[in-house]
Ligand binder design. Sequence first.
Ligand code: CTP
Ligand code: MN
Ligand code: MN
Length: 523
Amino acid sequence: MALVPRKKKRKDPALSLDGDAPVGVVKFSEVGIFLVERKMGSSRRSFLTELARKKGFRVEEQMSESVTHVVSENNTGHEVLELLEKQTGICTTEFTAALVDITWFTESMGAGKPLELENRHLLQVKRAAARTNVVPIAPYACQRRTTLDNKNRLLTDALEILAENAELSANEGRYLAFTRASSVLKSLPYNVTKMDDLREVPNLGDHSRKVIKEILEDGTCSEAQNLIQSERFQTLKQFASIFGVGVKTADKWFREGLRTLDELRSSKVKLTKEQEAGLLYYEDLIKPVTKAEADLIRQIVEATVHRFLSAAVVTLTGGFRRGKEYGHDVDILITHQEEGKEEGLIFQVISSLTAQDIILYDDIIDNSYHEWKSKETEKFDHFAKCLSIFKLQKEMVNNIEPSRSCRKDSSAENEPRRSGLGSHAGTIQLITAAAAKEKNWKAVRVDLVVAPYGQYAYALLGWTGSRLFERDLRRYAKHFKHMSLNSHSLFDNKQSKFLPAATEEEIFAHLGLDYIPPQERNA
Ligand code: CTP
Ligand code: MN
Ligand code: MN
């Protein structure tokens, strides 16, 4: 058996190093390669790794989220799947990377760039024989239609508790696995009653399947039940539900021995301005925002925006645009057809709202699009925006709010958003104290975003969500189209050009995806 790279192959022009990038410079960051050692051998794998890196490819040592191409030699799709499952402990239906044959790799090396995937490059994975009444379900959330009519709430509630716990424990992989599992169940047009109903359903790892099985058999998931009862989960959840507090901070406070908001309030912990506001208005901010409140806030913002730019467009985005009746905040996107007119608008709007006594807290972030260098690694967008807390007069809401019949939505009005914490003595006491004050206004979190007209469709798509839908859109673009999508633009890496779009429909068309309206993006 050859211990060194196969000599003959080395002479293959595809595998020569002519015209290579300086070592370490990644030219094609949108592609992440994982080389399967099985049958390839470790020395050949090292050789190919080095070769690809010299040519500007990104090669990962471990299987991860950022891997887009799993390359193997002389293995079947089934063998590769089994191997990955063993190595990572995560069921491979969680990975959406393509399983490709070495031919894709060598041809790409020859071309000096990652080649578009063709059928002949893909390893075949045998699936259970399809039953006539089962339609295969697409693995990316952006390929599926997910309405608010969730037929599997019992299952998704449990999976979401596990996802939330993983997120609170900063375990991104598990967070994604449970979130994907929950999301795919939300997209099913039927109620799952037996494991066999899930035969053709992707994105369900072993752990998620175990949870589902337990619920189908016993009606409850012991792991989720234990979490809800656990002090750590309850505390982290409550701390992280404070505006301005992330999971790292929540965990730090927990490790420092803090357990309740009262303890936090009376502790010497140094709080940021955001966190101070978050704590001050906590009892209001955990109450769900109603659609009527969101509509009213949009109108207030619009009236103020129009003082400065009468033709500006002010749109409700986020969950409310997806048809939700309740949300944790109000997301508003502002633009003006004459590009450039919107510059500086956020400052004018916030100072006017402040003068009207509507702003309790604001953090204005100016547009930084032009200072922005690395397109790939950035998580957030670069629009001018304001993360704020509005002081909403209850009387104004009552005037416009008809008595609504409660729709089937996630949470009921006035019930704290992150529920399951009501048993904390401290919390109850504070809610009562706040209620006793009988103030005539409610604090509401509002995100205001200003987008230049040329980026508006991308901003609208990016701010409509859901989080997983956005994540999968970007992964889909990267993986299948060699395109980079964010809330500003879509860049075609093959043609090296930006693809303009005036509407969301055009963006879906650029991506070769069926158009999914906002109401069906509740992934
Ligand atoms: N978003 C973003 N950048 C941020 C925050 C949010 O692009 N800094 C996007 C998210 O991708 C999400 C959308 O804005 O799709 C709305 O975010 P958020 O308000 O957190 O969630 P909603 O879906 O509106 O849910 P909720 O009802 O809880 O507010
Ligand atoms: Mn929102
Ligand atoms: Mn928001």
